[in-house]
Design a protein around this ligand. Sequence first.
Ligand code: PCA
Length: 328
Amino acid sequence: MNNRRDVLGLFGLAGLLASVPAVAEAAPWRCATGYRADSFHGRNLNQWLGEWAAAAPGAPRVELHANNSLVPLAAIAGQVRAGSVELGETIMSSLIGEMPVAGADSVPFVVRGYADAKRLWRYQRPMIERAFADAGLVALYAVPWPPQGLYTMRPLGSLSELRGGRMRSYNRSTARIAELLGCTPVDVPMAEVGQALAEGRIDCMITSAVTGVENQVWRQLKHYHEINAWFPKNIVFANAQAYGQLDASTRRALQNATGAAEARGWAASETAATESVAELKRQGMKVDPLPPAALAELRRLGERCSLEWLREVGPQANQIFIPYYTQA
Ligand code: PCA
């Protein structure tokens, strides 16, 4: 008898437990980036997530997977689009194949400084937002890398000295520039630049001073030419469906944190630009402008890239470049 009662009691308790709604934690979101967590982009990303979490009790917990650890850089947009990752960061110009307007900030010699870069983004942004929306993504914020300079092993008298070399590329635009310079483009992810140099796989490159510092490139590359070729931006974005499922106040908190992250990121980029050029010098690199003739040659090459891009993008390119060149 007693046993029977115990058994019944047990079932009763189990039934009661089963009827209590489970307060299981919602599945965490994942945020993938191809860049390092401790770089200025990564720190900004982390702070952005932290500020969102602090401002919105309903926000999902977000795991940050940096440095290609979850998804390689080139696949991040696709994975966020597919919904397997909710948030991602990539270099915007890597999306040029699917959305040609994403290449506007990698056309050489259009933007000369941060103020120009900001103006370009003002005109590019509405088109990027639309292109992202059409792809099932929500564009959140974009932050530029410091200006792109030319790294070489030897002092450069003329561009023809680069011919036949192996130039590191990080996307289609940089590969095209390498080709136009008569170099073989060698695709190397940001985090592997130091290793590629040590192994002798590349002998020149165009990237920022920050990337030079993070890869300690001074062991092989001795010259950094400040050509301010372009200011490519990283963009942070969400899967549209996941974003749409957030309640209104959680979404508002995300947007607030996003605005702050963009402003903070632009300032951090400018600081990183100055600090890292100083570090290259401290490490013994020669930081020089290019000789005028080489610079003129490089600018002509830039014009060719502009034309190619304009031809590829069509009228949308005018919607960015006409106001950029004609309005303050
Ligand atoms: N660093 C990244 C992109 C642009 C930059 O300055 C890289 O070299 O891959």
